[in-house]
Design a protein around this ligand. Sequence first.
Ligand SMILES: Cc1cc2nc3c(=O)[nH]c(=O)nc-3n(C[C@H](O)[C@H](O)[C@H](O)COP(=O)(O)O)c2cc1C
Length: 187
Amino acid sequence: MTDPAPLRICGFAGSLRAGSLNRALLRAAKDLAPPGMAIDIFDLSEVPLYNADVEAAGDPEGVARFKAAIAAADGVLMVTPEYNHGVPGVMKNAVDWASRPPRGAPLGGKPVAIIGASPGMTGSARGQSQLRQAFEFTNSYCMPQPEILVSRAAEKFDPEGRLVDEATAKFLGGFLAAFEAWVRRFA
Ligand SMILES: Cc1cc2nc3c(=O)[nH]c(=O)nc-3n(C[C@H](O)[C@H](O)[C@H](O)COP(=O)(O)O)c2cc1C
């Protein structure tokens, strides 16, 4: 039997800073993706704040590119920090754009997965949990398990942002294999 075609995954991180732990985690996921999956990284700095007036005049270029990247993907990987026990505005704003228009939104019926990192002990748990709620409304299929909460993340990446913690790399590889199986359920 021939192998199935590799899945295309759109991945983005909800932090804009160059030294972001979550952007580093996304790069690690791209490197550790199983052979049946390719992760294309989208940079959310291209996506402005949601404004229904702007939307009514036509999606700005960055938004159009972002929505097209999700629409063309078989699944979506979101890497979220946690801000004030919730999902940061950068990430929520991106989800809000991708939930539009309500009929035919790029996120509608799309398999998604969430991971995240924080320097503290809870590893973005509350941010991930809050982000998950959005997919009830967008009608996206959010993988329930496994979960990855990268705690004390500053110790797990080197100064260049490379994942150097072997246990985290192993968990991440297993998570991505599970996500491949999850996405193939909807293919
Ligand atoms: C406004 C703000 C709120 C934060 N709130 C939390 C929080 O509730 N829980 C937590 O674990 N870390 C919190 N942090 C720390 C972030 O987890 C930390 O800055 C992390 O490195 C951000 O992700 P990044 O490295 O991908 O940019 C907060 C940081 C900021 C700037």
